[in-house]
Design a binder for this molecule. Structure first.
Ligand code: 8YV
Length: 322
C-alpha cells in the first residue's frame, strides 16, 4: 500500500476535521494551538508533503524559498490568501488553495452585526450597563442611526458582498456597489453599480468592505475617499484591515466627519491595532470572528481537505489560487 502523504496542520482545527484529514493523510497536528514562528514552521515542514495553514502563518517569498522541495501544496484554511506570496509559490511550483463560499454566510452575519452595532451604539451601551454607569433614561439617551431603508454601499461585490446585500434587503436597504467589473444584470437584484469608488461613497449611508487585500486595494479607503462620505455615514470592515488607512479613519471618527465604524479586521491584528480605535466610543470592535461559527469552521476544514485530496490524486483542486 502506498504511504499516505504527510500534512502539517499549523493550528488546532475542529475534531471532526482533524479526524477526516487523518482518514486520507498522515497528520502532524498542533493540539496546543501554538502560534508557530517562521523558524518553527520551516522546521516542522522538513518532512511533510503539504501544509494546511491559517491566515496566522505568513508565507513570504523568503519563507517559501526556504520550504523543503518535498512540500507540494499549501491548502489554506481561509478564503483570504494575502498571507501567502502567490507568485513565489508559483515559482516553486507549490499549489495554493483557499476555502471560498463556505464562510460567506457567517461573515455576512458579522457584517450585519457590525452595521447594527455601529449604528445603534451597541458597544457604548453594553459598556454602560456592564460598568454600572447606566443611571438614567431620557428620549435623548443613546440615540443612534436607523438603518432601515438606508443606502448600503458594498465595496467588492464577490461572494460575501452578495450575501450581505441579500441580508441588508431584509432591512429594506437599497444596495449600491463598486467592483472591478459590474455583475451580470441577472445577479444584481437591482443593486446600483458605481464604476468609481468615490461615486459609490458619495451616494451611501453605510459602507461595507468586502474586497480582498491586494496591491490594488491596500489603503483603498484613504483620507481623500473618506472625505467623500457624508457626516452620517457608517464604515464597516469584515475583509482585511489593509484596505483601510487607519490614521484617516480614526481622524474622521474623532472629528465627526463620519458617524461610526464597525470593525472585525485590522492592520496589525491582533495586538498591534491602531490605538485610536480603542479610545473611540463610536466604533464597534470585534476580534476577527467573521467566519468563527461551528458550521463554517467544519466546512472550511472539509473544503481544505477536498483540495488536498485532489492535489495528491494528481487532479486539479477546486479552489486553486496559485
Ligand atoms: C478566517 C478569514 O477565520 O478566511 C479568511 O480569509 O479572514 C477568516 O474568516 C481565517 O482567515 C482563518 O485562517
Amino acid at each position: 500500500m502506498n504511504k499516505k502523504p504527510v500534512v502539517l496542520v499549523t493550528r488546532k482545527l475542529p475534531i471532526a476535521v482533524e479526524k477526516k484529514l487523518a482518514e486520507h493523510f498522515e497528520t502532524l497536528l498542533n493540539p496546543d494551538d501554538k502560534l508557530y514562528t517562521t523558524d518553527e514552521l520551516l522546521q516542522l515542514a522538513e518532512n511533510v508533503d503539504a501544509i494546511l495553514p491559517c491566515h496566522t502563518e505568513k508565507f513570504s517569498a523568503q519563507t517559501i524559498a526556504q520550504l523543503p522541495f518535498r512540500v507540494k501544496a499549501i491548502a489554506n484554511f481561509s478564503v483570504g490568501v494575502d498571507h501567502v506570496d502567490l507568485e513565489a509559490a508559483k515559482l516553486r511550483q507549490i499549489i495554493v488553495t483557499n476555502t471560498p463560499d463556505v464562510l460567506s454566510d457567517a461573515t455576512a452575519e458579522i457584517a450585519m452585526l457590525l452595521i447594527l452595532g455601529a449604528a445603534r451604539r451597541a458597544s457604548e451601551g453594553e459598556r454602560l450597563v456592564r460598568s454600572q454607569q447606566w443611571k438614567d433614561w431620557s428620549p435623548a439617551f443613546m440615540v443612534g442611526k436607523q438603518i432601515t431603508g438606508k443606502r448600503l454601499g458594498i465595496l467588492g461585490m464577490g461572494r460575501v458582498g452578495q450575501v450581505v446585500a441579500r441580508r441588508a434587503r431584509g432591512f429594506d436597504m437599497t444596495i449600491h456597489y463598486h467592483n472591478r467589473k459590474p455583475l451580470q444584470s441577472s445577479d444584481t437584484e437591482g443593486a446600483v453599480y458605481h464604476a468609481a469608488v468615490e461615486d459609490l461613497l458619495a451616494e451611501i449611508d453605510v459602507l461595507s468592505i468586502h474586497c480582498p487585500a491586494s496591491d490594488e486595494t491596500r489603503g483603498l479607503l484613504n483620507r481623500q475617499r473618506i472625505a467623500a462620505l457624508h457626516a452620517n455615514a457608517i464604515v464597516v470592515n469584515t475583509s482585511r484591515g489593509a484596505v483601510v488607512d487607519d490614521d484617516a479613519l480614526v481622524e474622521a471618527l474623532k472629528s465627526g466627519a463620519i458617524a461610526a465604524a464597525g470593525l472585525d479586521v485590522y492592520n496589525g491584528e491582533p495586538d498591534a491595532i491602531h490605538p485610536g480605535y480603542r479610545q473611540l466610543d463610536n466604533v464597534f470592535l470585534l476580534p476577527h470572528i467573521g467566519s468563527a461559527t461551528e458550521e463554517t469552521r467544519d466546512a472550511m476544514g472539509y473544503r481544505a481537505i477536498d483540495n488536498l485530496i485532489a492535489i495528491f490524486k494528481g487532479e486539479e483542486p477546486g479552489d486553486r489560487v496559485a
